[in-house]
Design a protein around this ligand. Structure first.
Ligand SMILES: [Zn+2]
Length: 439
């Protein structure tokens, strides 16, 4: 009895002595450079309270983390292009961790904590916004409203930075595969008269889901294409799919599963509570009912064209455009589709998706679907609309095209098409370029 009491007091004494000592550890530091800010991420053993503030002369950033010790090094951080010159650490008030970043230029810091999830433990995120605001190219955008303009396609490579997306065998990461396909798609569109592509993400950094549609709107995009390569619990799941937004429910269980996975990206990639634009959200909700119906019908149409094209080069998961509640597809005014290029959790498809030639093939298939959609119904005021009917130009044959369809589309006769291109039969092949006679 007495012994127990002594042990208890000893334990209490130890607790009192050790109590104020460091309780949490910082187990990792990562840095992601985005076009307008630098994101620092600290892995934490448990939730902590923290303070972040800048100092000048010389410019520094101080991150104080209460009752913690540093168990990580900054040696492997790629600081190139970032305002961070060096990182050092020390102890503050005996128990707190102070990390000091030496900066090349002053920044506006913002910080938030992320609770642990399936992929990561507790994290502290510090965003260092560049002081110098880059001027937006408004002249180009405004000029695009009048006269003959290009059709602008916003290409959204899913995930990035903290959020690797689906993980495949041999370290294949969705964020890398989809960026590669997105860049190939951009090249194809930019090479095609009448089209211009903008990459929503052009590097290894994370953009919150609402931020992605916001960037598309800033570019006055006519269409938003989000590119993904997903994973499923069963490695046998395979095939590409195309999704449009569903306003109520998802058309299949897989669709529901994938939508919830993709929508979780903000928890993994780190939207935080500070970067959500509530006003935009309010406006979007109001506009949603007004224009969503028309937009959704265009999304389904372009989705069907893209799916048909992809069907020519890859196995399809479903033969129709699926619908699910993907956050990135919720632009009320921009037709939006999400392309799952394959299952990265399937070893065969993972191998294909990480292959450059296959990435180009996939990009070409998406491109063919998009261009076929716009050739059928080019938006008013665009170069493509001005070109038809009978205004000449070149038509690239896509899978499913027939000579009579093409003739009808450009208001010319099949005979004229044959004669103008020096063809002796109506047989055409995918990828063939047909000159369209002026009428
Ligand atoms: Zn994804």
């Amino acid at each position: 009895m007495l012994r127990t009491a002594v042990i208890r007091s000893l334990a209490l004494l130890l607790l009192v002595l050790c109590g104020p000592l460091a309780a949490a550890t910082v187990d990792g530091v990562r840095l992601w450079r985005a076009p307008d800010h630098t994101r620092l991420v600290f892995d934490l053993s448990e939730p902590v309270s923290h303070k972040v503030f800048p100092l000048d002369n010389p410019p520094r950033l101080v991150v104080d983390i209460a009752k913690s010790t540093l168990n990580a090094s900054a040696d492997n951080l790629d600081l190139s292009n970032s305002p961070v010159a060096a990182m050092r650490s020390g102890v503050k008030d005996k128990t707190d961790l102070r990390i000091v970043f030496d900066l090349n230029s002053m920044v506006n810091p913002r910080s938030f904590v992320l609770a642990k999830n399936q992929q990561y433990g507790h994290r502290l995120v510090v965003d260092l916004y560049d002081n110098e605001q880059k001027t937006v190219k408004t002249v180009e955008d405004v000029a695009g409203v009048t006269g003959d303009r290009d059709i602008i396609i916003a290409i959204d490579a899913g995930h990035g930075g903290e959020d690797p997306g689906a993980l495949g065998p041999k370290g294949i990461r969705e964020k890398q595969v989809v960026l590669a396909i997105s860049r190939e798609l951009k090249t194809l569109l930019d090479q095609t008269p009448g089209f211009r592509a903008k990459l929503v993400r052009d590097g290894d950094y994370y953009i919150p889901l609402r931020g992605r549609t916001h960037i598309a709107r800033q570019h006055r995009a006519d269409m938003f294409i989000s590119i993904h390569a997903d994973a499923f619990t069963k490695s046998s799941a395979h095939g590409a799919s195309v999704f449009a937004l569903s306003r109520r429910g998802a058309t299949s269980e897989t669709a529901r599963y994938l939508a919830s996975r993709e929508n979780q990206a903000d928890l993994i990639g780190g939207a935080g509570s500070v970067s959500l634009d509530d006003k935009d959200h309010m406006l979007a909700s109001v506009l949603l009912d007004l224009s969503m119906t028309a937009t959704l019908s265009s999304s389904l149409d372009v989705g069907a064209e893209v799916l048909r094209s992809i069907g020519g080069i890859a196995k399809l998961h479903k033969r129709h455009v699926e619908q699910a509640g993907f956050m990135v597809l919720k632009s009320p005014d921009i037709p939006s589709i999400l392309v799952e290029t394959g299952f990265i959790s399937n070893p065969g498809e993972a191998k294909l998706l990480s292959n450059r030639a296959y990435q180009q093939k996939m990009a070409r298939a998406i491109f063919n679907g998009v261009s076929r959609f716009y050739e059928k119904a080019p938006p008013a005021g665009t170069k493509l609309a001005a070109r038809k009917p009978g205004s000449g130009g070149v038509h690239v044959i896509s899978r499913g095209d027939t000579l009579s369809d093409i003739a009808e589309r450009y208001s010319v006769s099949v005979d004229d098409l044959l004669r103008y291109n020096g063809l002796s039969s109506t047989r055409i092949r995918v990828g063939q370029r047909l000159k369209i006679p002026t009428s």
